[in-house]
Design a binder for this molecule. Structure first.
Ligand SMILES: NC(=O)c1ccc[n+]([C@@H]2O[C@H](COP(=O)([O-])OP(=O)(O)OC[C@H]3O[C@@H](n4cnc5c(N)ncnc54)[C@H](O)[C@@H]3O)[C@@H](O)[C@H]2O)c1
Length: 259
């Protein structure tokens, strides 16, 4: 039976949990071979074992995306184990939230090193192979923070705005080489990252209820709902979609304000 991602060899960063793991599961079900990257060795091991037990073809490398040499090495491991990479999902990202004047240089560096430079490190590692082999696809997991701002979340949205800029820039740069570069912008998604965010408030339950109320449908996304859109964008089902961003936020970001 033909599957939607037959022939795709997809590198996913931040694949050990959350949206990254949901994408890995969805992509594997549709026939893709995977290179999973995460800096959390234990969680990555669990995810890899579960996927392999379900029959997936998976290479896994514990690496930090800020380490360009480690990422280049991971891509060469994928060359040996799954025949190279023809698709990349830049998913690893971290919240760095502060009031601007209270934020530190260390926070600024961590935010941009992971959320922007890390994604570029991965692009730089896979693009030569894509160019050599006549094409590929890159998907950057951005956020509604890539075009709207929530107060007190500085400098995270700046990095996501820049990730959207990088998407457009690389999408144009390599369009004639059959490499598509797009972004996907989730709103709130039920992952550990959001639980940690709620827990940063004095009353986490109230913070959670407030988040739900922001959404026209009264709920936030499941990671699997983001993975469904990512699967479409990484597949060959949208060959002329390039240098753009698909928002998957249940209508959150088009409201003037919640009802
Ligand atoms: N959860 C949301 O509400 C939401 C909304 C919009 C966008 N996003 C974006 O989606 C992506 C995934 O978010 P999530 O909620 O699934 O996160 P998560 O925290 O649940 O998982 C992120 C994974 O990335 C890994 N990771 C983090 N930094 C890394 C690094 N430097 N090198 C390698 N691995 C690293 C972590 O170990 C973790 O396993 C992020 O880019 C995030 O900004 C999330």
């Amino acid at each position: 039976m033909v599957k939607r991602l037959d022939g795709k060899r997809i590198m996913i960063t931040g694949a050990a949990q959350g949206i990254g793991l949901a994408m890995a599961e969805a992509f594997a079900r549709e026939g893709a071979a995977l290179l999973l990257i995460d800096r959390d060795e234990a969680l990555l091991g669990e995810a890899t074992n579960t996927l392999r037990a379900a029959g997936a073809r998976v290479a896994a490398v514990t690496a930090d995306i800020t380490d360009a040499a480690a990422i280049a090495e991971a891509v060469s491991i994928a060359g040996r184990e799954i025949g190279g990479i023809n698709a990349l999902v830049n998913n690893a990202g971290v919240n760095v939230f502060a009031e601007p004047l209270a934020s530190t240089d260390e926070e600024w560096a961590r935010c941009f090193d992971i959320n922007l430079k890390g994604a570029w490190n991965c692009c730089r590692a896979v693009l030569p192979g894509m160019l050599e082999n006549g094409g590929g696809v890159i998907l950057n997991i951005a956020s509604t923070h890539a075009f709207t701002i929530i107060q007190h979340t500085f400098p995270y949205p700046l990095a996501k705005h820049a990730l959207l800029g990088m998407t457009k820039s690389l999408g144009l740069e390599y369009a004639a080489k059959d490499i598509r570069v797009n972004a996907l912008a989730p709103g709130y998604v039920a992952t550990q990252k959001v639980i940690d965010y709620w827990n940063s408030f004095p009353d986490p339950e109230a913070a959670k209820a407030d988040t739900m109320k922001l959404h026209p449908g009264g709920r936030i996304a499941l990671p699997q709902e983001i993975a469904m859109a990512a699967l479409f964008m990484i597949s060959d089902e949208c060959p002329f979609m390039n240098a753009t961003c698909l928002t998957v936020d249940g209508g959150l970001s088009v409201q003037q304000h919640p009802a």
